[in-house]
Design a protein around this ligand. Structure first.
Ligand code: ADE
Ligand code: ZN
Length: 326
C-alpha cells in the first residue's frame, strides 16, 4: 500500500536501544573469530541469537559481550549499529551504555570507551546524518552496589553527549528504591532519568519508578495499563513511555501485537514512543515496528509522525540538537 511504504520511509527517533543488544550477530561472530573466543550457545544454526526466555536472553546478551573488550571494539560496534539505524530511517537515537561492560565501573577506562564511541558516532553523523547520544545504564540484577560506580561514571561524564542515566536488566530482582542513591547522584549531575519498569512486573513497579526514582521516561511501562488510575497519572504528568512492541511480543509479555496495550495507552493520553530494544535479538527494525503498528492499529502516517514528534520532544539532548530532529 502507498501509505505503508510512506510510513516505512518516515524519519524516525529511537529512544530505547541497548548498545550491545543492537550488535548484528555477524559482527559479534566476526569479533569472536578474530579473538578466538568460543561463543557456542550464543547463536542458533541459522546464525541468529539463541535464547529461550527473558532470563536466558539476558545471559546470552552478557555472553555476547565477552568479545567486546576494548574501546576499539565499542567504536566498531557503534559504527555497525548506527549503520543499521540509519538504514531504517532513524535520524536520532539514544543508546544505553553500561560501564559494567565498558571498564567495569573504572572511571579512567570508562572515559576511554566513551571517547572511542563518540568518535565513531561523530563519523557516522558526518557520513550518514544520524545523531547518537548516550544514556549511562546500570544493570538491575548486578545490584545497587554495582549501580553506584556506574552512576559515578555517568555523573563524571555528564554533558552534551552523555545526556541521561538509566537502568535495565532483570526487573524481577530487587526493588527500584534500592537504586535511588544512584539515580539521585545522576540527577544532581544534571542528567535526565529513565528506568526499565512495567515490562515484567505490574503497575506498582511503574509507580515506584515515578515516585521513588522520579524518572521522566520509563522503559516499556506497558503493564501500567493494568491500573487505570496510574495510566491517568502518567497522562497528567507527561511521563513518556519507551514502548518496544516487537520486543514485548518476542519475549512473550503479550501474545501478539493486536493485544499489546500501546494503542489504549495512547488513547488514554499517555505519551508513547516506539523503539526496538535489541533489534537483532527480536528480529525487528524501526521500519518494521512502524509498519506493523500502522497495519495492526490502522494508524496513518499522521499518527506515526506524531509518535516520532513525541520521541523528539522527549529526547534527552540539548535544545539545539532537538531543533534538528523536530
Ligand atoms: N537489557 C536488554 N534488553 C532488555 C530488556 N528488554 N529488559 C531489560 N533489560 C534489558
Ligand atoms: Zn530495554
Amino acid at each position: 500500500e502507498e501509505d505503508l511504504a510512506g510510513i516505512a520511509d518516515l524519519p524516525k527517533v529511537e529512544l530505547h536501544l541497548h548498545h550491545e543488544g543492537a550488535a548484528p550477530p555477524a559482527f559479534i561472530r566476526g569479533l569472536a573469530k578474530e579473538k578466538s573466543v568460543n561463543l557456542s550457545g550464543v547463536f542458533r544454526e541459522d546464525g541468529s541469537y539463541a535464547y529461550r526466555d527473558f532470563v536466558h536472553f539476558l545471559s546470552v546478551y552478557e555472553a555476547a559481550t565477552e568479545v567486546l573488550k576494548t574501546p576499539r571494539d565499542y567504536a566498531r560496534l557503534t559504527t555497525a549499529l548506527l549503520e543499521d539505524c540509519a538504514k531504517n530511517g532513524v535520524i536520532y537515537c539514544e543508546t544505553f551504555i553500561s560501564p559494567d561492560f565498558c571498564g567495569g565501573g573504572d572511571l579512567g577506562a570508562w572515559r576511554e570507551y566513551l571517547h572511542a564511541m563518540q568518535e565513531a558516532a561523530a563519523e557516522a553523523e558526518r557520513d550518514m546524518g544520524i545523531t547518537l547520544r548516550g544514556i549511562v545504564t546500570c544493570i538491575r540484577h548486578f545490584g545497587p552496589d554495582k549501580a553506584r560506580p556506574a552512576a559515578r561514571c555517568a555523573a563524571e561524564t555528564a554533558g552534551d553527549w552523555i545526556v541521561g542515566f538509566g537502568m535495565g536488566g532483570d526487573e524481577n530482582r530487587g526493588e527500584l528504591r534500592d537504586f535511588a542513591y544512584s539515580f539521585d547522584m545522576a540527577r544532581e549531575a544534571g542528567l535526565q532519568l529513565t528506568t526499565h519498569a512495567g515490562e515484567w512486573r505490574g503497575p506498582s513497579e511503574v509507580r515506584s519508578a515515578v515516585e521513588d526514582l522520579r524518572v521522566a521516561r520509563i522503559g516499556h511501562g506497558v503493564r501500567a495499563i493494568e491500573d487505570l488510575a496510574l495510566v491517568d497519572l502518567l497522562a497528567e504528568t507527561g511521563v513518556v513511555l519507551e514502548v518496544c512492541p516487537g520486543s514485548n511480543v518476542m519475549l512473550g509479555v503479550y501474545p501478539d501485537l493486536a493485544t499489546h496495550p500501546i494503542a489504549e495507552l495512547r488513547e488514554r493520553g499517555v505519551k508513547v514512543t516506539v523503539s526496538t530494544d535489541d533489534p537483532p535479538f527480536f528480529h525487528t527494525t524501526m521500519r518494521q515496528e512502524y509498519v506493523t503498528l500502522a497495519e495492526t492499529f490502522q494508524w496513518d502516517a499522521e499518527v506515526m509522525r506524531e509518535i516520532t514528534r513525541t520521541a523528539a520532544e522527549a529526547a534527552f539532548c540539548d535544545e539545539e540538537t532537538r531543533k534538528t530532529i523536530l
